[in-house]
Design a protein around this ligand. Structure first.
Ligand SMILES: Nc1ncnc2c1ncn2[C@@H]1O[C@H](COP(=O)(O)OP(=O)(O)O)[C@@H](O)[C@H]1O
Ligand SMILES: [Mg+2]
Length: 288
């Protein structure tokens, strides 16, 4: 069994314009290994945040379930930490206090000195040394998101859930923080499940990219392997021979095949509803 298994998860919400329910997405089945970095891309409204919130335990699945490390994960827990796009920091707390709050809740047996050393280490990892005593109002968007990432990584959760963490950050700063995220992930090798709509970001960071069709009744139609060796950097990744193949494939999917019900990409959907596997390394597109 995979480390994190999203098992035939469907989600229905009450229909906003009448009776009954709307199916947001159907039959999402994803198996993620320990230490993998998996990204979901899809158009706005297809249900990416809903899926991430189900994994986080902040939302319940209508059908199916989430299994983490062999046990059903229902309800929130410190083993699954979310980084939101709107940062979600405590405004009255300093940078140091925001991170320390999370560390103390994850490691209640630690002494104040242990907590302090740990927080200081993560503040340095995201380049916030010197800003320890600032409050969120005094920080730029990029700095706030660095606090959010440091807070999430500092509790060393089994799974990190990132919901478009760079959506509110300008393009130049975003690139810098993406590289910091790579650095942190290289040392921690957390299992990461990330939502984005930035194709280049997904290729830079991910082992695999899941492509979701438009809603309602969205599906995870394809699973693209990013066959580019690590370590990666923004500068070297674009020279890789697979880079533009992967990028073009995803953009074609988003432009032409985002509606459900048709044929997806160049492969054929497996009978089981599992996503089509796309792997440019083996020059194959296969079902299964
Ligand atoms: N609590 C809710 N109640 C009713 N509908 C919701 C709720 N949360 C999300 N939705 C609807 O579910 C769909 C998917 O939303 P969301 O997961 O936020 O999409 P995405 O993150 O891909 O943009 C949208 O149509 C949204 O309006
Ligand atoms: Mg969203």
């Amino acid at each position: 069994m995979a480390f994190l298994q999203i098992d035939h998860v469907s989600k229905f919400f009450p229909n906003p314009s009448g009776a009954g329910q709307v199916c947001i997405f159907r039959d999402a089945t994803i198996k993620i290994d320990k230490g993998e970095f998996v990204t979901v891309i899809g158009h706005s409204g297809c249900g990416k945040s809903t899926l991430l919130n189900i994994i986080a335990g902040l939302e319940t699945p209508s059908e199916g379930g989430v299994i983490l490390n062999g046990r059903e994960a229902s309800g929130p827990g410190l083993d699954r930490m979310v980084v939101f796009q709107n940062f979600a920091l405590m405004p009255w707390m300093t940078v140091f206090e925001n991170i320390a709050l999370a560390v103390r809740s994850a490691y209640p047996e630690w002494t104040a000195a242990q907590v302090s050393a740990h927080v200081t280490r993560y503040i340095a990892l995201v380049g916030l040394k010197g800003a320890e005593n600032k409050r969120p109002a005094a920080l730029s968007g990029g700095m706030k998101q660095r606090v959010g990432l440091a807070r999430a990584f500092s509790i060393e959760p089994k799974v990190l859930l990132l919901d478009e963490p760079f959506a509110q950050i300008d393009a130049l700063t975003r690139g810098v923080i993406q590289e910091e995220l790579i650095q942190m992930w290289n040392t921690s090798r957390n299992t990461v499940f990330m939502v984005t709509h930035d194709v280049d970001e997904a290729i830079l960071l991910s082992d695999r990219i899941l492509l979701m069709t438009n809603g309602p009744e969205a599906r995870i139609a394809e699973m693209v392997h990013v066959s580019i060796a690590r370590p990666r950097s923004r500068e070297t990744v674009i020279d890789h021979p697979h880079y533009y193949k992967i990028r073009n494939h995803i953009i074609h999917f988003l432009v032409r095949h985002a509606k459900h019900g048709g044929h997806y990409g160049t492969g054929h959907q497996a009978e089981s509803g599992d996503p089509v596997v796309v792997n440019f390394d083996e020059a194959t597109v296969s079902a299964g």
